[in-house]
Structure formats: structure tokens, C-alpha cells
Design a protein around this ligand. Sequence first.
Ligand SMILES: Cc1cc2nc3c(=O)[nH]c(=O)nc-3n(C[C@H](O)[C@H](O)[C@H](O)COP(=O)(O)OP(=O)(O)OC[C@H]3O[C@@H](n4cnc5c(N)ncnc54)[C@H](O)[C@@H]3O)c2cc1C
Length: 393
Amino acid sequence: MTHYPYLIVGGGMTADAAVRAIRAADPNGAVGLISTEPHPPYARPPLSKGLWKGDPESGIWRGTDSIDVTLRLGRRVTAIDPKAQTVTDDQGEVTRYGTLLLATGGSPRRLPIEDDQIIYFRTYDDYRRLRALANERQRFAVLGGGFIGTEIAAALRMAGREVVMLVPEAGLGARVFPADLSRFLVGYYKEQGVKPRTGEGFAGLTERAGTLILKTTSGEELQVDTVVAGLGIQPNVALAEQAGVRVENGIVVDELLRTSRPEIFAAGDVANFFNPALGTRVRVEHEDNANTMGAAAGRAMAGQGMPYTHLPFFYSDLFQLGYEAVGELDARLETVSDWKEPFREGVVYYLRDGRVRGVLLWNTWGQVDAARALIAERGPFQAPQLKGRLPHS
Ligand SMILES: Cc1cc2nc3c(=O)[nH]c(=O)nc-3n(C[C@H](O)[C@H](O)[C@H](O)COP(=O)(O)OP(=O)(O)OC[C@H]3O[C@@H](n4cnc5c(N)ncnc54)[C@H](O)[C@@H]3O)c2cc1C
């Protein structure tokens, strides 16, 4: 039976960052990585952004395969035996570990229907499939107006396709942005030629004479060629649950990213960790967290752990608009908007009980660290104190 002092389940950005950190801390200990995907680790953000703007596909690969690590790709780990410190994969192979990292990420939420016509966009293979269809077909429907839905709709539109969006909420990014900004985005997307249908959801999908008929909750039938869904993800916790590791909105980890079994670690989209600046546990589904937490987990596995106190940022592009954001961006919080030009450039502060919980830097760059520092301050803040607090670009 193969034994790895360091074994990683998952082949995403978290896994790549962990491999690199382990290698830096321990040049000799063997590292194994088992991933369901047939590809070595790659960056996901370009799949809905740069690759549609002409960036080369060759730029997405993380180069994990050029580090001293054994990659076992196209295999799903199906069971962990924490007592024996082994994992079993779907080819029946058993591998022993000294320390184990669960970097299993998340899987797209799916509609309760069996239909392989819907692309639940997450992976490089999903990108390849959608890209090929975008070369052949004209009419696309995007389900969901959140992070992935808005990016994919923009990408398809920039590729010259007809795009209709079904968005059950009143605006785009409605769970994250203040209501006025979320409504502005509906008009902005319309100006770009996208047809967002707000307050309207998915009710069914049938096929007639080679055309897909998308039924909406308002009873309309839309003729489309392809349906893409961006309905959020669910953390892949089944393995952790089977292993008896504590799970609660993700795999619960301590400050050294250990699960309730100290030789099993978790990091990235799947991990639920305590963030000191926010004073609460969070699970973050973004790149900065995957990279930083993956590296922190790798160091901890190699015995060089430091408390993970990083407050991650995230970013997105929506046609010509773009943003960076830090902390808790929840549209239900009180918000204070400080626009240089309304909805085009400015800063939005998210507050609870007078304390800044999150900062949205809308077309405003270079302020991520200042936003982090503001969130770490206790406050309380009044709205006028925040105006001009972070400079516009
Ligand atoms: C299209 C897209 C665009 C994005 N854009 C941005 C952005 O602009 N900004 C930003 O901050 N974030 C963005 N994100 C989010 C960011 O990509 C994720 O936070 C990050 O990829 C999470 O990395 P991860 O390694 O933790 O999880 P994942 O990327 O989900 O990787 C998990 C890996 O584990 C494997 N796996 C799962 N279960 C098993 C098992 N049982 N056995 C073996 N392998 C298993 C999976 O196959 C996968 O390879 C985007 C995500 C997507 C999908």
C-alpha cells in the first residue's frame, strides 16, 4: 500500500497552494494528490472571465504537475478510515496517509430534474463544453443572477450571443449588493444587450424539434439553444461526514486548520473557519481564500502551522464594471454608499450595530488592505464618518 506523509484529496487551487507550501516546508516528504477531475489544478476565475476575452487557455494551469508531487487524477476518494489513516478511491485503491487535507471544494447546486442539457458551470470541462456551444449556437439562457450567472451572461454576450437571464430576485447580485445598485445592474445589463428577467424563475425544460423550451414561473415559454445555470455551490462534505469529522456549514476547522481529527485538515471552499476580524465563523467561496488557506494548511501539515487569521478578498468583472470586496457582503445589512459617480465608481460599507462588516470597492482599486483595517476597527461608526473614509481611485 502506498504511504504518503502528506495526502491531499481535491485538485483545485486550494490543493495546489497546499502542495507548494508543503514542498517549501519539507523538501523530502512524499506528497500525494487525488482528484476527481482528469486535469491537474487550474485557476477557475478565468473560465468565466479572461478566457472569453482572448486570454490563452495555457494560462490557467497552476503547474502543480511540475512540482515533486504524485497526482492521481480522474479518481474519487470514496471513504476515509481515520483509525487506519487510509483513504479508498473509486478504483478500489487504498492509500495510507500521515496527514490528510480535505480540499474537496464545492459542487454546483442543481435543479431537481434529470437533464444533461443544463450546464452547471464550475469546471474547465464545463467551460470547454459551453465554449464549443457558443461557437455553434445563438440563443442562451442563464439561470441565476448571482456571481456565476452575471459573469457567464456577460461572457456569452461579449461573444455576440443572445442571452436571456432568469433571476428570481428583484435585481442582479441581489443577495450581495444594496437594492439600488442591484437594480442599476439590471438596466446596465440591458444596455449591453442581455435580457434579464427579474422576479422570474425556472419552471421546466422540454425539447421540441431540436429547440429547448424553457418554461418560466410566470408561465412564459422561451425558445433557447443552451441553458447554463449558476445557482451557487454546496460544500463537498460527504467524505468528512463519513469519516466522523465535525461538519456544520462546511468542515469545521480550528485556527491551525485541523478538523475534529487533528491529523485531518481542511481548507478552501469546503472549510468553515473562525475569522478574528469578523469575530465569527465563515466559509468563503473565493480565490484569495483558496490560495491563502491552502498554503496555511500545507504549512500546518508540515508542522509549521500559524493561526489562520487572513480576511480574504474577492473580485468580479461585469462587462466594463469591476470590483474587489472584503468581509461580509450581505444585502440584508445596513449599507452606506459613497459614490464618486453613482453606480460607476465608489465604495459601499456594510454595517451591523455600527461596526463595518464588509466593504465593496466598486471600480475602486488598491484599497483592499485599508478595507481590512477598517473592518478590524471596533467602531461604532455613523454614516457621515464613513463618507470619504476610503479614497476613490
Ligand atoms: C467559473 C468560476 C469563476 C470564479 N471566479 C472567481 C473570481 O473572479 N474571484 C474569486 O475570488 N473567486 C472566483 N471563483 C471561486 C474560486 O474559483 C473558488 O473559491 C476556488 O476554486 C475554490 O478552490 P478549492 O480548491 O477550495 O475548491 P474547488 O475548486 O471546488 O476544487 C475541489 C476539487 O476537489 C475535487 N474533489 C471533490 N471531491 C473529491 C473526492 N471525493 N475525491 C477526489 N477529488 C475530489 C474536485 O474535483 C475539485 O478538483 C470562481 C469560481 C468559478 C467556478
